[in-house]
Design a binder for this molecule. Sequence first.
Ligand code: ZN
Length: 282
Amino acid sequence: MKLSRVGEEGNEKPALIDAEGKVRDLSGEVEDFFPHLMTLELRERLARLDPSSLPVIDNPGRFGPPIARPGHFIAVGLNYADHAREAGVEPPVEPVLFSKAPSSVCGPDDDVIIPVGSQKTDWEVELAFLIGRRAFRVDEAEALHHVFGYMVCNDVSERAWQLEGTGQWIKGKSAPHFSPLGPVLVTSEEVGDPQSLGLWLDVNGKRMQTGSTSTMIFPVAELISYISQLMVLEPGDIVTTGTPPGVGMGMRPQVYLKPGDEIRLGIDKLGEQRQKVVAATA
Ligand code: ZN
């Protein structure tokens, strides 16, 4: 099942994409994809619907992020060994975790906004997953049963703010429109093995990142088990799982985003995003 939200920013409707690619209105079934509603029970109820009974949205227009906002938005750093090398650090021995502000989320094709004062805005294609069942101290063998579904995330990053000051990476990961999500949330049974998905990202038509989730240092099941030893994961929480090599910071010389650039990125089975890069006006 592919779930989505369509409409103008702040006024999206929950929707289902049927087998023919038609966008079907779910607003008669659920108010919106609010984090506390994103349970496996909701997923099962929606899966039992006959899609042909739902109204078609003929001109869906903009796609929003597939959930209204994350509860907690956790990110994993340096989860591909070759990306750790390009970042100039040793691959971590346990997962590196940080947060992204939930307010950084935007739609998959919304503009990426370079914040005022930024010199080093960078891109990162990532597999993100949505939690659908409370997870606390779960074993790896049970971990994937807590996943609602998967989506594409561009973990946009301001490298100076992330790395050159003091404190935590959240500083460089959280500006408005720094987390395009979607276009669709694909439920776990339709994705199958999350560790066999190709990922790619282009800037201005040039391929910058190519990778596969098969080379993650800590796969999804291990991440859920690890994080759940430290905190409770709840329905509506999102975890984005790290990026393969090819970010601007890793180039020699380094390359960062500038107004007018176009980013395209995608992951097998999860669709594509396309963003125009603009400068913040305030
Ligand atoms: Zn990242």
